[in-house]
Design a binder for this molecule. Structure first.
Ligand code: NI
Length: 396
């Protein structure tokens, strides 16, 4: 086994320039969710170049299959997401490969995820004879946008038909140092749901409130009452968030508007809690609207499920990481993150483990938070990531 470690590390180094070039090409040519046509063509070309069988179960994104030289029932899937965000970027460190496409930018590191998995594809192809069973390389579209490319891919049954038994995914992390990874068994990332509320009153003159039903007063009560949902209705041992992200009402000093709007997000780790919060929101809305003589419209849009790591696979992931990267390179996260990830859809069907790939360094100017216009990765993270992905296939 010791040979694998050295061989994989050397191969990751050999393919480092390739991964950097690939990442920079993708960075310069970003495409937003469900529009990753050029990106998909690029990945297909790269996979075919090294003789990997390719499939295109969705309109964008693709899956490569490596058949191992050793017969086995094992089928392991490695997943990268490939989409960019609908935003413009900034950042000196990226000057030479800034986005050429206004309104699209890789400010969440999916360019590096893609380049990293292509790097792993190269390593694994060179070691094909040593692989037991098959490897699926999933280049998934639209992680950033509901319903989520992961969900759509799972709905095609492509992965079931190829007998996937375990799946691993990663995300670059500006808060963890390059060369390290971070993960934990059990709940890792939250379930993000979204809500939209319209509060209906009766508008009129600001000086005659008695002739109106003021939706702004209802709005104020609703905002305050919503703060009691997590604090009074959810089990305190179970993390949850209700955040109102935007309120809109009224137009000027002396008019009471007819309606007010409010949108926001709910974060939980179970469907049970998400539905509990949804139902509490509804009863608060109803109570306040009835009391004031107004009305409301309430939409609760279910997002991704929570990312919950399989215990056995996480154990294997941690052991393999320690072996390939060193004992100190693995951070056991004490608590989950409240952000969401559509990797959760795979985990609903297959045992899966997700981890954060440290990509933060001062030198590389890569400590900006996810989705910040200056978001960047320390490209050396792909040395760690590609070696670890290959290591997960070849064994601890
Ligand atoms: Ni992301």
């Amino acid at each position: 086994m010791a040979d694998f470690k050295r061989t994989i590390q050397e191969k990751a180094k050999n393919h480092f320039d390739y991964m950097v070039q690939t990442r920079r090409y993708l960075h310069k040519n970003p495409e937003v969710s469900f529009k990753e046509y050029d990106t998909t063509d690029y990945i297909l070309h790269e996979l075919k170049k090294i003789g990997i069988e390719t499939h295109r179960p969705l309109e964008t994104g693709c899956v490569g299959i490596i058949e191992g030289g050793k017969t086995s029932d094992r089928v392991i899937a490695l997943r990268a997401d490939i989409d960019a965000l609908a935003m413009d970027e900034e950042g000196e460190a990226k000057r030479s490969f800034m986005s050429d496409r206004p309104g699209a930018a890789h400010c969440c590191g999916h360019d590096a995820h893609t380049a990293n998995l292509l790097g792993a594809a190269n390593i694994l192809t060179e070691m094909q004879d040593e692989i037991e069973g098959n490897v699926l390389l999933i280049f998934q579209p639209a992680e950033e946008t509901l319903p989520g490319g992961g969900r759509l891919l799972c709905e095609t049954d492509f992965l079931q038909e190829h007998n996937v038994q375990e799946i691993y995914g990663l995300h670059t992390s500006p808060v963890h140092q390059t060369g390290t990874i971070a993960t934990k068994p059990g709940p890792l990332m939250a379930r993000p749901d979204e809500f939209e509320i319209t509060i209906k009153g009766t508008g009129g003159h600001a000086a005659s409130p008695h002739l109106t039903v003021d939706p702004i007063v209802m709005l104020g009560e609703i905002i305050t009452q919503f703060q009691t949902i997590v604090s009074r209705s959810v089990d305190p041992a179970d993390p949850a968030v209700v955040t109102i992200g935007r309120v809109r009402a009224g137009s000027t000093y002396n008019v009471i508007p007819a309606q007010a709007e409010l949108i926001g997000t709910v974060r939980t780790f179970s469907q049970e809690n998400a539905y509990l919060i949804r139902d509490r929101m509804e009863s608060i809305l109803k109570g306040i609207a009835d009391g004031a003589g107004g009305g409301y419209e309430f939409e609760f849009n279910e997002g991704y499920p929570a990312v919950v790591n399989n215990e056995k696979l996480t154990d294997y992931l941690i052991k393999t990481s320690k072996r390939y990267l060193g004992d100190n390179a693995v951070t056991q996260m004490p608590k989950p993150l409240m952000a969401g990830e559509d990797f959760a859809f795979y985990q609903q069907q297959f045992p899966g483990a997700f981890f954060l790939l440290g990509s933060g360094s001062e030198e590389a100017d890569s400590q900006w938070s996810w989705h910040h216009p200056r978001y960047n990765v320390d490209e050396k993270c792909m040395l760690t990531g590609s070696a670890l992905m290959a290591g997960l296939v070849l064994g601890e």
